[in-house]
Design a protein around this ligand. Sequence first.
Ligand code: F6R
Length: 366
Amino acid sequence: EKGGFDHFMLKEIHEQPKAITDTYRGRLLRQEAIIKMAGVEDNMKKFLNADRIIIVACGTSWHAGLVAEYIFEDLARVPVEVEYASEFRYRNPIITEKDVLIAISQSGETADTLAAIKLAKSKGAFVFGVCNVVGSSIARETHAGAYTHAGPEIGVASTKAFTTQITVLTLIALRLARAKGTISSSDFRHHLLELEMIPKKVEESLKSDAHIQKISEIYKDVSNFLYLGRGYNFPVALEGALKLKEISYIHAEGYPAAEMKHGPIALIDENMPIVVIATKKGHYEKVVSNIQEIKSRKGKIIGIVTEGDTQVRELADHVIEVPETLESLSPLLTTIPLQLLSYHIAVMLGKNVDQPRNLAKSVTVE
Ligand code: F6R
């Protein structure tokens, strides 16, 4: 049932090329240069009239929401707020009929997310669900939605659900951008082409596995990790840190790279490994200077870089390459090595990777 893999988590990491393909199959029609999503199409007016989009979710799904915030604002030019469902629902939020709320949930059963949906509905907002589990409570409670089609995710630590959520949200953002005219037709086509190439590039990224195992061996006994990224890859840094915490029980924090100098830089010494996402497009030069700051404080640098990168390679202790893609799609690739890094460290430490202590696959308590 684990398909020859030692753990469900590893199996699910490796399933991502297929899961992402399944997610855009029948929706991304490159020949026709269109995106077809019934749940969006049928409610286009609601989306186009929305003053803003509010995204609610928890945990990893919240990280996918953060990535979506960048994509929606960048491509579809609609203001987005991303909220922890548990905070949103309890703070008397301002919600009107002109709001569109997107709830993201792998399980479709997360109690806080479900409650946030009910609250938004009671205020007249249009609620759209992005779920993986078909027929789940959230899928039923929302007005419309789009499934991720990732297939069952058994490992408690979310992997393929995350990348397929980003895929669905990217499709929605592109569809809205097209409808609003905030993206040119050539740019739109370019995005479709690049998105279609992502599964192959995820496959490529997975080939770093042996290299990542060696890096894991070196750092498995540390007690702290930092993860840094900027722009589209800031949420990926948060997700990388969460994955490590969850399954290896090593303390890890994700930060926007530029925030480092406002506090966390004090943590850096020769014992601190820092994973820095430094892909070519997207503030590359700025990230390189962040890396220099770390280096001068003797931090150990693990750079996630674009294939063929030389600048970061010169500075970093280790680099892990991912293929080049559009900046907006880069989270789908940069996430992969971070999943593998946390997986291997946890296995080396003898932790129960698929069922980490204190965690449940669906959190139905508030
Ligand atoms: C992290 C993880 C959790 C979930 C969170 C939300 O690996 O699995 O953080 O992402 O509990 O769950 P869903 O997406 O089912 O609402």
